[in-house]
Design a binder for this molecule. Structure first.
Ligand SMILES: [Cu+2]
Length: 101
């Protein structure tokens, strides 16, 4: 009886965790990128990000060298994947900042 109750409580927590993470708010992500010098760089990065289908509200600021976007609800775009995408495009990731809005 006791162990089944414990199991019930544990599964409730797990289920709650899954539900919470699926309705989690989108991440606001800022990436400091080196190597972007013109509008073509900006467009190229923007297009690659759009292609992932994971993000929206993509902005590329050449002056501050910051690429910012937010993840779509329920989508996860981790630092490794972000770094790979930018690096493969020929630029260098300096820093990634994530914040919940
Ligand atoms: Cu360029």
């Amino acid at each position: 009886m006791k162990s089944s109750l414990r199991g019930y409580i544990a599964s409730t927590f797990i289920l709650g965790g899954i539900l919470l993470s699926s309705i989690a708010l989108a991440d606001q992500i800022k990436v400091n990128v080196n190597g972007m010098v013109c509008g073509f760089c900006a467009q190229g990065i923007k297009k690659k990000l759009e292609k992932t289908g994971l993000v929206d509200k993509i902005k590329v600021d050449l002056e501050s060298k910051i690429v910012s976007f937010s993840t779509l609800p329920g989508k996860e775009f981790n630092d490794e994947a972000i770094t790979k995408l930018i690096t493969d495009a020929g630029y260098t990731v300096v820093k990634i900042t994530k914040e919940k809005p």
